[in-house]
Design a protein around this ligand. Structure first.
Ligand SMILES: Cc1cc2nc3c(=O)[nH]c(=O)nc-3n(C[C@H](O)[C@H](O)[C@H](O)COP(=O)(O)OP(=O)(O)OC[C@H]3O[C@@H](n4cnc5c(N)ncnc54)[C@H](O)[C@@H]3O)c2cc1C
Length: 190
């Protein structure tokens, strides 16, 4: 499957891209990890830390899948809002999932600092913007759901945005504690 097309950014600012040996003989391990993107690399790293002998195999090149096209943004808030997850899976499961994502973000920051110190992680804040006036009510609902469950976010009105940015939007949720990483370097660092 072709995962992406076009020109990519991440591999261009790495001086040396590591090469890895082909599998030419039978090998044994406790855990075989299939796929050398950021998910496989992080699994290999975490399993290795726990003493599990693992082998990672990649059919193309390491970090050449969607990891190469990744924007490098770490956020606990998902593409699916907490409000819509609650509607689909119920409050307990949805809130538990969001909390796990928040914890994972903390762990990922630590792993990045440890594994790829040459490619520093940048702490970032995020804005979830309402593009249109009609979207404000549902965005406000998401803000209230997040705060009700202990997620630290701020509600910004149009004037708050206008005071800080050269564009206008009717409202936004402002989140701190997100981050930007170099997914390609991190994948090659484990
Ligand atoms: C444009 C874009 C932007 C994104 N931005 C973000 C972002 O900012 N933040 C974020 O968290 N997520 C983002 N994502 C999602 C992101 O891609 C994933 O979070 C992450 O990179 C996925 O990594 P992965 O290791 O699961 O998959 P991949 O990087 O795709 O790795 C899977 C690997 O498995 C290999 N493989 C498949 N089948 C086999 C097989 N049978 N044998 C051996 N190897 C095999 C493939 O060749 C590939 O290298 C973005 C995705 C896209 C497309």
């Amino acid at each position: 499957m072709q995962l992406h097309t076009g020109h990519f950014y991440w591999h261009r600012n790495m001086e040396r891209i590591p090469r890895y040996p082909a599998v030419t003989r039978n090998l044994s391990c406790d855990c075989l990890i299939i796929g050398g993107g950021i998910s496989g690399a992080l699994c290999a790293y975490l399993l290795g830390n726990r003493g599990v002998r693992s082998i990672l195999v990649e059919k193309k090149r390491i970090a050449s899948g969607s990891t190469l096209a990744n924007t490098g943004i770490l956020q606990y808030a998902n593409d699916k809002t907490l409000t819509s997850l609650i509607q689909t899976f119920g409050e307990q499961a949805a809130v538990h999932f969001y909390r796990l994502c928040r914890e994972a973000l903390v762990d990922l920051k630590e792993i990045c600092r440890e594994l790829a110190p040459g490619f520093p992680l940048h702490e970032r804040s995020s804005l979830y913007l309402a593009s249109l006036e009609e979207e404000v009510a549902s965005l406000r609902r998401e803000y209230e759901t997040l705060t009700q469950h202990g997620f630290s976010v701020e509600w910004w009105e149009e004037a708050d945005l206008a005071a800080r940015f050269p564009f206008r939007r009717p409202a936004a949720i402002y989140t701190q504690g997100d981050a930007e990483i170099h997914p390609f370097a991190l994948t090659h660092s484990w």
